[in-house]
Design a binder for this molecule. Structure first.
Ligand code: FAD
Length: 597
């Protein structure tokens, strides 16, 4: 194959969501020649879809809020499996990152005295999410993108990276292709930052878009890096369930934060029946107390509708299973009977339009029908908390593709702040590393480039093979049915058997047409990543014989303190997934003390 064009940079950032853009800005500011590569158009990343807000303990509404409270909420929400150092840095630095965004031109909603307003979200003790209506991600992307472009950072868009290139044990660059022409492109760079987002497209019902095929996770593993916490996948409790064409699309948690409640077909606010022991002390147990909390947080405990997402998703699942679901297999989310129409339209403009246009439901008059949807992967590339470095020299990860920060379950709003805090850190450190190693420049190996090109073109050379869409559909079915919200050993073993068969089928894919804009070919390439990631999730889920956060085992329903001290780490070994159990890093005594109060 023709090996195509070649570019040389200090830092190549793969991904232009919040993490990638923030990383690129930091790398550029640190003096590195920086490029951003992204699969879709600039501005289309997942981050743009984020609705609720950015969690940061700014204390604008509740002066008692501070990083220690945010840290504690995050660790408890993650069922104490978070990397403590990441949770600490995140809570400490998030307010500065929000203020910096404002300095760069982001226009947040305001309090009456002109401060950045903050809204309530599940698992957060205080109203903490800085927001712009329910379109926070759009404002964040707009601001970061404008800044990156103004700084003159090179952007390669509609360009997919398919391989990380190495020079011995260290990173030498990245290889990919232009989606439009199908031509190859090679980047030579000592530092590569993965900021590729999530893996949702491996599941049948998801809030994620076509891009989230776990590319970064798979690229990292194949380059020798490790993945952690992959068994923890977040099912957001509220996705649309009707009509079928929009199933899975997100209904923001802000609906509940702003007063919406969950009801079953009998009209019961069932969340009061599902308050776990772990959260009893901080959750209201009567409707009266729950309703008072919205205006008086000091003297009342939070409504159970705002328990962490894993708890709410499991409760909805149980209600539907018990036959108390809606006609289309969901549960009712009702804000119409609780807030006036003007308030709903002002606070939740996108939700109002989404239901009106897609489902012909007026949310100011009727309840919404909702159900769980695959939303976020807590698992990701194992990184050094302070620098974002993976175990491979020169390879960094930040944002959803990185693991550790959110433990077993992520709190809403904690992703946008994660992108800013760790995007910046990865960008700076990738730049420092590139500058430090200037004396021994990396060499891209032509043999590796040719091999990457041949691998990408394989589906064109195979005759009579399968259609990639068929294999993807079957994989989504397997992940939905056997590796979903509730898991058992038997089903996970079945899933692994089926994934293996799907991987064999995926070795013989045939795509029609040529290399110019060919979605079937793109999927054939992405599918390899989806299969890697799916196997990692299923392997880790089978190994963790307990229930915790986003991982629920029907055959091991209890949280096991012994597993609470362990991480499951995955890596590639001779072409296969290899799994090891490692001790969880222990937090220092002064942080431990925060949980004893
Ligand atoms: P993304 O924004 O997902 O960007 C990934 C980038 O990588 C894209 O540019 C993509 O093109 C690129 N890419 C991927 N693979 C490749 C490849 N192989 N080659 C080149 N480029 C590639 N979180 C919150 O904190 N608050 C919220 O209110 C909130 N609301 C949400 C609402 C919705 C509907 C969804 C889906 C998520 C929401 N989240 C929210 C989660 C949050 O938006 C995401 O976790 C976060 O935006 C991920 O950002 P990222 O920078 O890691 O990656």
């Amino acid at each position: 194959a023709n090996l195509g064009e070649r570019h040389s940079y200090d830092v190549v950032v793969v991904g232009a969501g919040g993490a990638g853009l923030r990383a690129a800005i930091a790398a550029h500011d640190a003096g590195a020649r920086t490029a951003i590569v992204c699969k879709s158009l600039l501005g289309k990343a997942h981050t743009v879809m984020a609705e609720g807000g950015i969690a940061a303990a700014m204390g604008n509404l509740w002066p008692d809020d501070n990083w220690k409270v945010h840290f504690r909420d995050t660790m408890r929400g993650g069922k104490m499996l978070n990397h403590w150092r990441m949770a600490q840095l995140h809570a400490q630095e998030a307010p500065d990152r929000v203020l910096e965004l404002e300095e760069w031109g982001a226009l947040f909603d305001r309090t009456d005295d002109g401060l950045i307003s903050q809204r309530d979200f599940g698992g957060h003790r205080y109203a903490r999410l800085a927001h712009v209506g329910d379109r926070t991600g759009l404002e964040m992307i707009r601001t970061l993108q404008q800044r990156a472009v103004a700084l003159g950072i090179d952007v390669f868009m509609e360009c997919t990276i398919t391989e990380i290139l190495r020079d011995g044990d260290r990173v030498a660059g990245a290889f990919g292709y232009w989606r439009e022409s199908g031509r190859f492109i090679t980047f030579e760079a000592p530092s590569v930052i993965l900021a590729t987002g999530g893996v949702g497209k491996s599941f049948k019902v998801t809030s994620n878009s076509w891009e989230y095929t776990g590319d970064g996770h798979a690229l990292a593993v194949r380059a020798g890096a490790t993945l952690v916490n992959m068994e923890f996948v977040q099912f957001h409790p509220t996705g649309m369930v009707w009509p079928p064409s929009v199933r899975g699309i997100l209904v923001t948690e802000s609906v509940r934060g702003d007063g919406g409640v969950l009801k079953n077909s009998e009209g019961r606010r069932f969340m009061f029946d599902y308050i776990p022991e772990f959260f009893k002390a901080e959750t209201a147990d009567t409707i009266e107390e729950a309703d008072r909390w919205y205006t008086d947080k000091k003297n009342n405990r939070r409504p159970p509708e705002l328990l962490p997402r894993d708890e709410v998703a499991r409760a909805i699942n149980a209600e539907v299973k018990a036959g108390r679901g809606t006609p289309h297999g969901g549960i009712y989310l009702d804000i119409a009977s609780r807030r006036d129409p003007e308030y709903i339209r002002r606070r939740l403009p996108s939700m109002y339009h989404q239901f009106k246009e897609l489902a012909d439901v007026d949310i100011t008059k009727e309840p919404m029908e909702i159900g769980p949807t695959c939303h976020y992967v807590m698992g990701g590339v194992e990184v050094d908390p302070d620098t974002g470095a993976s175990v491979v020299a020169g390879l960094y990860a930040a944002g959803e593709v990185a693991g550790g920060m959110h433990g077993a379950n992520r709190l809403g709003g904690n992703s946008l702040s994660d992108l800013l805090v760790f995007g910046r850190r990865a960008g700076l450190n990738a730049a420092y590393y590139a500058i430090r190693t200037k004396d021994s420049p990396v060499q891209v190996d032509d043999v590796a480039v040719r091999a990457a090109g041949n691998a990408a073109l394989a589906p064109f050379t195979e005759e009579g093979g399968e259609n990639p869409y068929e294999v993807q559909k079957d994989l989504q079915e397997v992940m939905h049915n056997l590796v979903g919200i509730i898991r058992t050993a038997e089903e996970l073993e079945q899933a692994l058997g089926q994934i293996e068969k799907l991987a064999e089928r995926a070795e013989h894919l045939t795509v029609e047409g040529n290399r110019q804009y060919n979605p079937g070919w793109h999927l054939a390439i992405d599918l390899q990543n989806m299969l890697w990631v799916s196997e990692c999730i299923a392997r880790a889920a089978l190994t963790r014989t307990e229930s915790r956060g986003g991982h629920t085992r029907d055959d091991y329903p209890m949280t096991d303190p012994d597993w609470g001290t362990k991480n499951i780490v995955l890596r590639e070994k001779e072409g296969a997934v290899d799994l090891v159990i490692q001790p969880l890093p222990q937090m220092p005594a002064e942080l431990k003390a925060l949980f004893e109060q």
